[in-house]
Ligand binder design. Structure first.
Ligand code: GLN
Length: 466
């Protein structure tokens, strides 16, 4: 992995230039093509941005992210650069505007290197539902990199960028981060504008950050967070101010430890890592407190009812009339466009979501799930009155093999067990690398906090990494 701090030193010592470094990364991307990480590589644009960055450095007025190599998940809009959502439906779709997050990165000098592969429309946990084929885990190519931001996590892990943006609706930044040994931050709902993030489940979706260290995560969070008039669900709060305060962790804090019962769902490797990090948190000033959730068994069903309901509505816009793929021939082209344009998993979600919203079933499923969501939200509010942060596993198991779960959707859905509650409660959560499993692949653990405490998550992770 590479980090921006090291890169800046090399620039200052004149050991490299932004253009040389960008070229090096482009070569490396080419050599790692078999991993299938990128759907599009933006060679010309990246080199043009890099050359502007070199000029800024030599003029002595670099911006906050000058020359930083950033990869963008391919469900985040990039002006004039194909944005496919890894779907046949948008195979040739070129947005006419940048997502707010991307616009802010570019305004601070970031070099957008390419668009990363994902599960189709961000639906999945293994990157196997992509129309462009699955991504291989760079640490062991028999394994999945996780999903749906698997391309972004793999890009960071393989050293093909400093930082990558992903999206997290139910764990899609944190789970692949755990599987690839990187940091993955899902901010508070509303922390980062969703303008330009292609909608999956709008009340849960949030752009997140994948990086090799806390400093790079904080640098990018500080730049892309903050109010945005283009997104009415974006919170009207100032941008985060974390990078400069990364080392200012308070001396004492209370952290929540989950019950053994909850950890029973995890493999041995994860349980071992969990108790190791309980001790580590104590050693940096943490006071442990056992917390209990009222009813964790409602997390998965609640999520899969609400997420599919919202997805069925959001994805109704792909009809072959306005943009994207359109099936050939006469007759009912809307039905054929949707049959041919969407893959299996997306269709499964649209059907499920349409069902839970249908008259007669609406109250039994959708309304009930909304009430269940409120219980989960209240549960977290109660917990964060007792503790400042909560330590949780990111995933119940270490990375799994390609093909292992793809034919068992329920098993696949349960790999999100520990991540989805944060989306339902709209709180921030960060997965950090927490050692190695018996299969030689990385394990991630997660810190969660109350709304808008991203700085605390990053300060703690920073202290833990020392
Ligand atoms: N794996 C979850 C799902 O398939 C989460 C996806 C996401 O966060 N985008 O819905």
């Amino acid at each position: 992995m590479i980090n921006y701090g090291d890169f800046l030193k090399k620039i200052q010592n004149k050991e490299t230039t932004c253009v040389d470094f960008t070229n090096e990364i482009l070569d490396k991307i080419e050599k790692n093509k078999h991993l299938n990480i990128f759907i599009s590589v933006c060679k010309e644009k990246a080199l043009a941005q890099a050359s502007e960055s070199d000029k800024r450095f030599s003029d002595g007025n670099p911006r906050k992210l000058e020359g930083m190599i950033v990869a963008i998940k391919d469900n985040i809009s990039t002006k004039g650069i194909r944005t496919t959502c890894a779907s046949r439906m948008l195979e040739n779709f070129e947005p006419i505007y940048d997502a707010t997050a991307v616009e802010r990165l570019i305004a601070e000098g970031a070099v957008i290197i390419g668009k990363t592969n994902l599960d189709e429309f961000a639906m999945g946990s293994s990157n196997e539902t992509s129309y462009f084929g699955n991504v291989l885990n760079p640490l062991n190519t028999e394994y999945t990199p996780g999903g749906s931001s698997g391309g972004s996590a793999a890009a960071v892990a393989a050293g093909l960028c400093h930082v990558a943006l992903g999206s997290d609706t139910g764990g899609s930044v944190r789970q692949p981060a755990a599987f690839c040994g990187t940091i993955g931050l899902k901010p508070t709902y509303g922390r980062i504008s969703r303008w330009g993030l292609v909608a999956f489940a709008s009340s849960l979706d949030q752009i997140g950050i994948l990086a090799s260290d806390t400093a790079d995560t904080a640098r990018v969070l500080d730049v892309i967070s903050g109010a945005d008039t283009k997104d009415s669900t974006c919170a009207n709060v100032p941008p985060s101010h974390t990078f400069d305060n990364l080392h200012k962790l308070r001396e004492k804090f209370a952290f929540g430890v989950v019950s053994d019962e909850l950890l029973n769902n995890c493999s041995e490797d994860i349980v071992r890592a969990y108790s190791y990090y309980v001790d580590k948190l104590k050693s940096i000033g943490g006071e442990p407190k056992e917390i209990s959730f009222t009813n964790p068994s409602i997390w998965i069903p609640t999520y899969y009812i609400l997420a599919t309901a919202e997805a069925s509505s959001n994805l109704s816009r792909y009809d072959g009339v306005r943009y994207g793929f359109r099936a050939e021939g006469e007759g009912d082209f809307v039905a054929r466009t949707r049959s041919e344009g969407f893959g299996m998993e997306v269709k499964r979600r649209i059907m499920l979501g349409t069902f839970v919203l249908s008259s007669g079933y609406y109250d039994a499923y959708y309304t009930k799930a909304q009430k269940a969501r409120r219980l989960i939200y209240n549960d977290y509010n109660r917990i964060f009155k007792e503790v400042d942060v909560l330590l949780m596993p990111t995933t119940p198991t270490p990375p799994f093999k390609i093909g292992e779960k793809i034919n068992d959707p329920i098993a696949m859905y349960y790999s999100d067990f520990f991540t989805i509650s944060a989306n339902l409660a709209a709180i921030p959560a960060l997965s950090f690398p927490a050692g190695t499993a018996a299969n030689g692949l990385p394990i991630g653990l997660q810190l969660q906090s109350k709304h808008f405490d991203e700085h605390l998550l990053l300060q703690l992770t920073n202290a833990l990494s020392k």
